[in-house]
Write a new protein. Structure first.
Lengths: 255, 246
């Protein structure tokens, strides 16, 4: 497994899109952080950029990469290795490269310019987002045989989670506003890794109350530590569950 | 060495393999022939465990293919289309597969030299032509001197000289007593290699005979003539025409 991960990562480090992605994140974070003297505001802007770009870029790039690798995966599978090993190695190699891009592009500038626990939390939530959306891309890859359909599904997943989900949540809150729905909402939010990342960061920045209903809820019901732990555990589940399902489906897939 | 028992595989309503039973033994070079969509690739992929049949059993060297992976150390596979990660170099691809197979430390690198890959080993896979990529696939299949070779359209896309080098390598391995399963539409390339012909149509096995038997039956000497006359007999002429047109 380590062999495949090593060579895939070596291949991806030289990939133009990964290099441009890293540079772009680096330029954005340097410029955002040096414009404003208030580091908390700068980190919030970076959070919004992370929430907007990281999910869609991770899932789209990963889906295209997995589908383009399907012949290579077949070749690897003609060697005496397990299907599970090949699939998880592909995932690990790709997520290592994407995480490295995020860590270099956002992590290094924030830690140099605004060294704080909040900068670290931003890094962690960005990395968890990358891992979970790459895992979702893997799930799309094993579910679909056709590349175009797979890319379509990935676009729908990322749009649903980044735009539509919050809208539906708002409708839900307005319709059932007269009932005690705070606890159910905590559960529903766990269904969206992007919301979880947002909450994780907001709890850290002490602006939770200002930044909407969900943040306020988390602050009120769970307190900072428990809320962060809950968000991190849920995000890890967003990595583990798609990976587990992918391996299970891939075991029986016809290539 | 390879034994299939009542193997059936369907994709939806379409039966790609229909109740196929056959035994392939040592020292044989089997040409797998049949029109497009007759189930050749599905048969190969079933043996490699890439496609999972819904019924029947396949064994390679006595090992069940089902949910097993160790048996693949006996197989060298050359796919029809070889695509590799863009930024890997030839030498990286070769090293990766070598590192993956830590069970073997003796490599058969004859083809790497004779096909001239040594000189261009630091080129990235993206920059290679289809034919050169095909050569890399060929080198990988022969790298560990396996007992079984499964070659899917090995000479398609190769220049005449390389094609000749690959054919003589295949013949050399067959003479060592290896089992070779080969598909090709270029019948003249198979002429000197083949000992048996396995003909598939619509997922069914039409015949599986030695070339000598077929020569006696048809009275023809050349492989292409033999196949043509057998097809006319089996009234499958139309589908073969269609295959040549496409």
């Amino acid at each position: 497994m380590n062999t495949i991960v090593k060579y895939i990562t070596l291949d991806l480090i030289k990939n133009k899109i990964i290099i441009i992605y890293t540079l772009l994140l680096g330029v954005i974070s340097f410029s955002v952080l040096s414009i404003d003297s208030n580091s908390s505001k700068g980190l919030l802007s970076l959070l919004n950029i992370t929430l907007l770009f990281v999910p869609i870029i991770s899932i789209l790039f990963a889906t295209i990469y997995f589908f383009n690798s399907s012949e290579f995966i077949e070749l690897l599978l003609s060697q005496p290795v397990k299907r599970k090993t090949v699939l998880l190695a592909e995932y690990s190699g790709l997520s290592t490269a994407l995480c490295a891009a995020y860590a270099v592009g956002i992590g290094i500038p924030t830690i140099i310019l605004t060294p704080s626990p909040a900068a670290l939390v931003l890094l962690v939530s960005g990395l968890l987002l990358t891992l979970s959306f790459t895992a979702l891309a893997l799930l799309v890859f094993v579910l679909f045989k056709d590349k175009t359909k797979g890319i379509g599904a990935s676009i729908i997943i990322s749009l649903f989670l980044s735009l539509l989900f919050d809208g539906l949540l708002l409708i839900f809150i307005y319709s059932f506003g007269e009932y005690p729905i705070e606890k159910p909402i905590l559960g529903i939010i766990a269904l969206n890794p992007i919301d979880l990342a947002r909450i994780l960061m907001l709890l850290q920045l002490d602006v939770a109350v200002l930044m909407g209903y969900s943040g306020a809820l988390f602050k009120k019901f769970l307190g900072s530590m428990a809320g962060s732990a809950y968000a991190i555990i849920c995000m890890m589940l967003w990595v583990i569950v798609p990976l587990f399902l992918s391996v299970k489906i891939f075991r029986k897939k016809d290539l | 060495m390879i034994k299939l028992t009542e193997v059936t595989k369907s994709f939806g309503k379409f039966k790609a393999l229909d109740n196929i039973s056959l035994t392939l033994g040592k020292g044989q070079a089997i040409s797998l022939l049949g029109p497009n969509g007759s189930g050749k690739t599905t048969l190969i992929k079933s043996i490699l465990g890439l496609v999972i049949p819904e019924a029947g059993t396949i064994t390679v060297n006595g090992l069940q293919v089902n949910n097993n992976w160790a048996y693949r150390s006996h197989i060298g596979y050359m796919p029809q289309i070889g695509r590799y990660p863009d930024n890997m170099t030839i030498v990286q691809v070769l090293n990766m597969i070598k590192e993956l197979r830590s069970d073997k430390h003796v490599y058969d690198e004859e083809l790497i030299d004779s096909l001239g890959l040594r000189k261009i080993q630091d080129k990235t896979m993206r920059s290679l032509s289809g034919g050169t990529r095909q050569k890399v696939s060929a080198c990988l299949a022969f790298l560990f001197s396996p007992d079984v070779f499964i070659l899917d359209e090995p000479t398609a896309g190769l220049d005449p000289l390389s094609s000749e080098i690959l054919q003589s390598k295949i013949a050399q391995e067959r003479n060592k007593g290896k089992l070779i399963l080969i598909t090709s539409h270029v019948l003249s390339d198979l002429e000197d290699i083949t000992s048996h012909i396995l003909y598939l149509q619509d997922g069914k096995m039409m015949f599986h005979k030695t070339v000598e038997d077929l020569q006696n039956i048809t009275g023809e000497l050349k492989l292409s003539k033999i196949v043509a006359s057998l097809m006319q007999e089996a009234d499958v002429h139309k589908s073969f025409q269609h295959e040549h047109d496409s």
